[in-house]
Structure formats: structure tokens, C-alpha cells
Ligand binder design. Structure first.
Ligand code: ZN
Length: 288
């Protein structure tokens, strides 16, 4: 089963909802960055949010989510676009901290306090930038707050990652339910009641529920409009690294050749390592 994302509406079009399963995506992030449990959860939740927000975009629009907390895992950065492509990293994937008294991973303790930043490249001259404080560090609450204050759209967000004993990803996914203008107080009460009764998202996913089943638990009249795929995809390439090396300038490249006799660059986003021998670096010099 690959990662799927669905979108649809309910309550006569006055509610729009997105839900996704992201187990494979988060497993890729875990394997690429060797994340331990709490970093898998924090990065995976952020990546799930990014995938969903990517689905709100169109054409070649893309976005970056950054969680800048002062906790031990450091920064979380995730890119996503309207084609369902997601990539990301966390500064300290190796961090381990004690579980919460409830036995759950302490994502908020790992993230700490700070700000979330949303950057949207809408193909215009200036990118859209939104920023709100981290209100809980559990990621879902932080984006609920972001949508309410920065985008003025009351939303319910759930994000979850279930990490197995061997650190593999057992389940991951999330949803967002957005209340559009014109919704009655009665309808809002109904949604809130359903949300309050809903089991944790990881439990529902682990039970094998599909995104559409989960949304129908909250919105019985949910109408599925679109289903798409989410995939882990990094845009780095050897050519791009070459361009970066060339941009260093002839002198800088010469000093790398003299001091190291080679160069190694790895991509932040996917950890792919690019190695250049002395001969290859000299060939780059010739192109400058
Ligand atoms: Zn990469």
C-alpha cells in the first residue's frame, strides 16, 4: 500500500477535508536520516502536514515548513509541492529523550519552544511567508494555531506517527478539516463532538482504517473528490552539486584540490553523498 492523500467536502461544501497515509514516506525519511523514535515522529508529523498542505497548492507551486524549536532535535525542515513530492530533514535525528508519563513519545519535549515558518512559492515575485509561535510542540496543535491565526481558517489537524520497537514506521498519517464561512454553530458543534470522540489517528491507521474511513468517522456525509499519491522525492542531483562547486569560484576550488585532493558533498534533504575526485574537480575548473 503506497501513500495516498484524499480530499473532499462535507456539510454542503462548507467543510473541506484532506487526509493522508504516509507510512512509506516516513519510513523513507527514517531510513535516509537514521532517525530514532522521537525524531521520526516529529519529522514524520511535519512531513505529513507538508504533504497535505502541498495538496492545497496547484501547478508548480511549492512550500517549505520549518519548525524552529529550541529543543534537542533542533530544526525540522520539509519541502512539498502540488505533485505530492515531499522531502525533509531534522537537525538531530539521533536524539533520544524519555517517554512522557503517558508512555507516548515526547515530541513536544524534543521540539521545544520557538516558531513555525511556512514559506509558499506561488510562482510570484515574492514568496508568501507566514509564521506563528510553537504553541505545544506536538506539531498538529501548532498548525491548528497557524491556520487559525495566519490563514484565518479554523481547522482541526491531527498528525501521527507510530514507531515500532525496531524503529521502523508502523503507521503514519494525518488529516485536516477546515471550516469554511457559512457553517452553522450546530454543524460546528457536531464536528467538535465527533472529533472529541475520535480515537488517536495512529490507532485508527494501525487498525487498518483508510483515510476515507477516518474522515467519515468525523464527517458522515464526506464526499470524496480526489485521490492522489504522495512520494518521497528529492531534487538534488550531481549536476546541481557541480553547479554549487562551480559557484564557489576558481580560487576556492583550487584550494579544495590542494588541501583535500577531492570533495564530498551530501544533500541535507536526503543524505545522498556526492563524491568528486581530483580529476573531476579539475574538469569543473575548466568549465569556469
Ligand atoms: Zn537530496
Amino acid at each position: 500500500m503506497s501513500n495516498t492523500l484524499i480530499r473532499g467536502t462535507a456539510m454542503g461544501g462548507k467543510v473541506r477535508a484532506f487526509a493522508a497515509t504516509t507510512k512509506e514516506l516516513v519510513e523513507q525519511l527514517h531510513q535516509r536520516h537514521n532517525t530514532l523514535a522521537v525524531a521520526s515522529a516529529a519529522l514524520g508529523r511535519t512531513a505529513t502536514m507538508a504533504a497535505i498542505m502541498g495538496a492545497m497548492m496547484k501547478g508548480n507551486e511549492k512550500l517549505t515548513l520549518q519548525i524552529h524549536g529550541d529543543g534537542p532535535i533542533g530544526k525540522i525542515v520539509v519541502d512539498a509541492n502540488a505533485h505530492g513530492e515531499v522531502r525533509g530533514y531534522v537537525d538531530h535525528p539521533e536524539v533520544e529523550i524519555p517517554l512522557k508519563p503517558s508512555g507516548k513519545l515526547d515530541v513536544s519535549g524534543a521540539v521545544g519552544e520557538g516558531f513555525i515558518y511556512v514559506t509558499k512559492d506561488l510562482g510570484m515575485k515574492e514568496a508568501y511567508r507566514g509564521s506563528t509561535p510553537i504553541v505545544s510542540g506536538e506539531i498538529a496543535e501548532d498548525f491548528t494555531y497557524y491556520f487559525a491565526t495566519s490563514e484565518q481558517t479554523p481547522s482541526a489537524v491531527a498528525l501521527g506517527v507510530l514507531v515500532d520497537v525496531d524503529y521502523s514506521i508502523r503507521a503514519a498519517g494525518g488529516f485536516i478539516i477546515q471550516l469554511l464561512p457559512g457553517l452553522s454553530d450546530e454543524d460546528i458543534d457536531t464536528i467538535e463532538k465527533q472529533l472529541a470522540e475520535l480515537r488517536p489517528i495512529t490507532e485508527l491507521l494501525d487498525r487498518g482504517l483508510q483515510p476515507v474511513d477516518i474522515l467519515k468517522e468525523i464527517l458522515p456525509d464526506f464526499v470524496l473528490m480526489e485521490e492522489s499519491e504522495i512520494k518521497y522525492q528529492c531534487k538534488c542531483s550531481r549536476e546541481r552539486v557541480e553547479t554549487t562547486l562551480i559557484s564557489l569560484g576558481k580560487e576556492e576550488l583550487q584550494s579544495i584540490i590542494q588541501e583535500d585532493g577531492q570533495a564530498e558533498a551530501s544533500c541535507h534533504f536526503c543524505n545522498e553523498a556526492y563524491h568528486f575526485t581530483q580529476v573531476e574537480l579539475e574538469r569543473l575548473q575548466e568549465r569556469m
